[in-house]
Design a protein. Structure first.
Length: 141
């Protein structure tokens, strides 16, 4: 069974020109969802998640978060009153591909601004997580 790093390295190893249909992407997402549902129940994964809450995130993961937030901001702006979360998965995939293709420079610009905010707020996030962890320990005893 492959772990997440191996799967990601395979995906990154693919050529960018390779286009996948929305149904292939949806199938891959469902497969990953099933796998993560099983992994989420394991105690090792739970502990790792707990530890990662009080650790500073690396610049790559902060950049990924900023890009996702920027993409969602552009999608919300372009869709207007339509609720993106309520759309079927295939429609969301199509919207993602279209908007990312057309608005890449805008997404990059917004992501750059968000990245600065995320980096600045990282210390506060860790502080809150540590306080929450302490509070939960005190409630246990």
């Amino acid at each position: 069974m492959k772990n997440l790093k191996q799967i990601i390295s395979e995906i990154e190893g693919r050529e960018v020109t390779e286009k996948r249909s929305p149904s292939e992407i949806a199938q891959q997402r469902r497969k990953m969802g099933r796998r993560m549902k099983i992994l989420a129940r394991k105690s090792t994964v739970k502990m790792k998640k707990k530890r990662m809450k009080v650790r500073r995130r690396d610049p790559e993961s902060l950049d990924k978060i900023a890009r996702r937030q920027a993409k969602m901001a552009v999608i919300k702006r372009s869709l207007g009153k339509i609720n993106y979360k309520e759309l079927p998965i295939t429609k969301r995939i199509q919207i993602d591909q279209q908007i990312v293709a057309r608005k890449k420079p805008v997404i990059d610009k917004i992501a750059k601004k968000l990245l600065r905010k995320l980096k600045a707020g990282e210390g506060e996030r860790i502080k809150k997580a540590k306080l929450a962890q302490k509070a939960s320990k005190e409630n246990k005893w």
